[in-house]
Design a binder for this molecule. Structure first.
Ligand SMILES: *Cc1c(COP(=O)(O)O)cnc(C)c1O
Length: 411
């Protein structure tokens, strides 16, 4: 496909974050002037004579204007050269990993990675000959020690981590990955591009579950890979299109393996992206109030939120993030009381996932992280994870106070 969606568009690279989120890739429709990108719910496109493509479109797995708009906007907000939208975050991760890895290669993974990421690397890619080492990413020296020069082709970073809110120093790890010729990938789902710009800190690629903050309304599942300008495949590797460019390899696999975002999903995600900055500002301030409330609460053992000065990653987070995000975790001292808190909230809905406008609560040990029980990624069983939404903060604090009391942890 030779279509270049950037060619006829204005360039938003000098604009601010929200201007890019609202306008990049989203010019008014040339035929009608519609100010919102249409949902091009179509599989195929009329050709003006054999090979006479209009705008480069021939078949919607290979290219779709609604998906292109989303991809262009995502590249613009992450400061990347290209973005690729997928049907889920895990589909995006899978395409990126298979673009870069070959049997016999090795991956460094966070020891508290998103459970599905770990399952993909260990249980899907493992049988295809990919080896991995879980490592505590808050310690750049441990990352360096885990890298096997010549064999490690991917260093996978998640920061903040899920569900323990650990912080990794992206710039420090980038130096180690670079000198080993490995590709540095950052899962930027928890921070969102508004709070953290990993490509500017030296990452080669960012992945997102756009299901979370970018979509923002708990109404669509999706994922994306954003590739840095000039990012290369691991040292010595040539991709399926004959180049060493990472973007060519990921773009090839998006089409060749086909887990693309559908037009309506792309449209919903694009609609969510427009309000990302204002939502994140409220997620940040509400999470700060919730974290401070929990720190003061006598029934809570420990609060994990990178904005707290006592958080071990606070200084690094303050350096590489614009705000500390909407995810807060805390420990209650026992699995029973943690489960009881999750059952007792009324404003916080008991559900997996995160990043939507509504507040959610969950018990990672028995819900999102059930799949990693018994591995290096097992999480404490007294942990409660909150996705703090954008409701009125007083209602959130009142709800947590009553839920802690019902769980026998009240004042
Ligand atoms: C949800 C999530 C994923 C997986 O994304 P899906 O859209 O559910 O496939 C990956 N990483 C993180 C940090 C997540 O929260």
């Amino acid at each position: 496909m030779t279509h270049d969606p950037l060619a006829q568009h204005p360039d938003w690279t000098d604009s601010g974050f929200s201007t890019r989120a609202i306008h990049a890739g989203q010019d008014p429709d040339p035929r009608t002037g519609a100010v919102v990108t249409p949902i091009h719910q179509v599989s195929t496109y009329k050709q003006d004579g054999v090979g006479g493509l209009r705008g480069g479109y021939e078949y919607s797995r290979s290219g779709n204007p609604t998906r292109d708009a989303l991809q262009e906007a995502l590249a613009a907000v992450e400061g990347g050269a290209a973005a690729f939208a997928f049907s889920s975050g895990l589909a995006a991760e899978d395409a990126l990993l298979r673009s870069v890895l070959r049997p016999g290669d090795h991956v460094v993974v966070p020891d508290d990675a998103y459970g599905g990421t770990y399952r993909l690397i260990a249980r899907v890619l493992g049988p295809w000959g990919i080896d991995h080492t879980p490592v505590d990413l808050s310690d750049p020296d441990a990352v360096l020690a885990a890298i096997q020069p010549g064999r490690t082709k991917v260093v996978w970073v998640e920061t903040p981590t899920n569900p323990l809110l650990g912080i990794a120093d992206i710039a420090a790890i980038a130096t180690h990955a670079q000198s080993a010729g490995a590709v540095l990938v950052v899962d930027n789902t928890f921070a969102s591009p508004y709070l953290q710009q990993p490509l500017a800190l030296g990452a080669d690629a960012v992945v997102h579950s756009t299901t979370k903050y970018i979509g923002g309304h708990s109404d669509v599942v999706g994922g994306a890979v954003v590739v840095a300008d000039g990012a290369q495949l691991p040292a010595g590797m040539v991709g399926p299109t004959g180049t060493t460019a990472l973007r060519d390899a990921v773009g090839f696999l998006q089409n060749a393996s086909g887990a693309v975002a559908g037009p309506f999903d792309a449209w919903l995600t694009l609609r969510g992206l427009k309000t990302l900055a204002v939502r994140m500002d409220r997620h940040n301030s509400n999470a700060e109030a919730v974290a401070r409330f929990l720190v003061e609460h006598p029934g809570v053992r420990e609060v994990l939120w990178p904005g707290l000065p006592e958080h071990p990653g606070h200084e690094v987070a303050a350096r590489q993030m614009r705000g500390f995000g909407g995810m807060v975790a805390f420990r209650t001292g026992s699995a029973e009381s943690a489960v009881a808190v999750c059952a007792a909230t009324r404003v916080f809905t008991l559900a997996e996932s995160l990043g939507g406008v509504e507040s959610l609560v969950e018990h990672p040990g028995r819900m999102t992280h059930g799949s990693v029980a018994g591995t290096a990624l097992e999480v404490p069983d007294d942990l409660v994870r909150l996705s703090v939404g954008i409701e009125d903060v007083e209602d959130l604090l009142t709800d947590l106070a009553q839920a802690l009391a019902v769980a026998g942890l009240g004042r």
